[in-house]
Ligand binder design. Structure first.
Ligand code: AMP
Length: 412
């Protein structure tokens, strides 16, 4: 992947070139498209992975895509734990934005108020701040958080370690008109971090600079190539009837698909419960309870419906249909291998799924084992990834941005 593939403004691409970045790092490849799509983000990326540019680039793009209508306070607010980091981030932001018209500022402790007033009083697009000093300005109303559209919390785990939970809670509450939140942390494994993230973001996309340890070590992943629906069904039944498959979640792509499949599984003598979108709450609870209490050992679900279910002893996650996005794959398989147990995640892959399969493999940075069951061999062993048409490159010599389809502002 190249920076030109990322749908960034020509002026930003020039900034990237000036800094000498050749190609996006892993976290940049993962985070930038998702961020530009308007999703909230929960990103695991330690220092040194290029995480700063991973959020600065889409933040600058946001400011260009949605130009300000009247002068005012910062529309992008970046919180960092320390002064040093704030200044480093500011320097990088200035370099990346040098060919744009955007105005950037930084405020930290240890600097006299006079110079901050200049930052806060003039028209400002993007502000980088440390928590303590920002609180003082909120207190005396020198800074108005209501203009903030995008809140970025950098090194959130470190901010929590340094005891800034109260400040982070407050800034999240006061920037209540924001449309997006991106949280960056070295890892996403701390309980207090997860709790905080859950409170401020209802449904973030998760991105990782490298695959999270828990998935890598504890979940065995593989795929079966399949010719068509019937072939997938036979593979599914094969696995569901294995003794080792004690408790499984089967993911399907649509509600219609779900209904067909549960009917077919029942005629195979396999008892299932299911979750689908727009299910009455009591039915949903019934299904989850049955699965939880091991009355039924197979749960069939769509992604939306499976959100938020938390069952510890799932032995197998089966992707009957592949997800559309790589981060959803990681979400799904994260439902097995919990609480220190080993888990299994298998995917049934048709020829048209090869593209998403290769995205998943790039995203998780591993090739998934191809397994074959002797009696259920696929006819087409080597389904090839369809060759993609080359994307039109953005002409960096043209300052005007190609028209983009308008994005709908996301409601909080
Ligand atoms: P960070 O992880 O944000 O602290 O970045 C680590 C270093 O990598 C910084 O010096 C960045 O300027 C640099 N950097 C960020 N993105 C890239 C890239 N795509 N290619 C080369 N260097 C980069």
């Amino acid at each position: 992947m190249h920076f030109e593939d990322l749908d960034l403004d020509a002026a930003i691409l020039e900034g990237i070139k000036a800094l000498g970045y050749q190609k996006p790092t892993t976290i940049q490849q993962q985070a930038i498209p998702v961020a530009l799509d308007g999703r909230d983000l929960l990103a695991s990326a330690p220092t040194g992975t290029g995480k700063t540019a991973a959020y600065l680039l889409p933040a600058l793009q946001h400011l260009i895509d949605f130009p300000r209508k009247k002068p005012g306070f910062a529309r992008v607010l970046i919180m960092t734990p320390t002064r040093e980091l704030a200044y480093q981030t500011y320097e990088q932001a200035k370099s990346l934005a040098q060919f744009t018209e955007l105005s950037l500022g930084v405020i930290t402790g240890g600097i006299n108020y006079g110079s901050h007033h200049e930052v806060l009083n003039k028209n400002n697009d993007l502000l980088i701040a440390t928590p303590g000093r920002l609180m003082e300005y909120l207190e005396n109303e020198t800074f108005n958080p209501l203009d903030v559209e995008l809140l970025i919390l950098d090194e959130a785990d470190r901010m929590l370690d340094m005891g800034f939970l109260k400040e982070m809670d407050r800034i999240a509450a006061e920037t209540k008109r924001r449309k997006h939140t991106w949280l960056y942390s070295a890892t996403l494994e701390g309980a207090s971090l997860i709790k905080f993230a859950r409170q401020i973001m209802p449904d973030p996309a998760e991105v990782y600079a490298s695959p999270p340890r828990r998935e890598k070590q504890k979940i065995q992943q593989w795929i079966h190539l399949a010719d068509d629906y019937d072939h997938k069904f036979k593979l599914l039944v094969h696995w569901l009837k294995q003794e080792e498959t004690q408790k499984s979640i089967v993911f399907v792509k649509t509600r219609e698909r779900l209904q067909t499949l549960i009917g077919q599984l029942q005629s195979e003598g396999l008892k299932t419960c299911w979750l689908q979108g727009e299910m009455p709450q009591h039915k949903r609870n019934q299904a989850i309870d049955a699965f939880h209490q091991n009355k039924v050992s197979i749960l069939v679900a769509t992604d939306v419906a499976a959100r938020g279910i938390d069952v510890d002893d799932v032995t197998h996650v089966i992707n009957f249909d592949m997800p559309r996005k790589a981060d959803v794959y990681l979400h799904r398989i994260g439902r097995t291998g919990r609480a220190g147990k080993k888990g299994n995640a298998l995917s049934l892959v048709e020829a048209h799924d090869m593209e998403i399969l290769s995205k998943v493999e790039r995203y998780t940075d591993q090739k998934l084992a191809r397994r074959v069951i002797e009696s259920l061999k696929p006819k087409h062993k080597a389904a090839k990834v369809p060759v993609k048409k080359k994307k039109k490159k953005v002409n960096t010599a043209t300052p005007a941005k190609k028209p983009k389809k308008p994005k709908k502002p996301k409601k909080k």
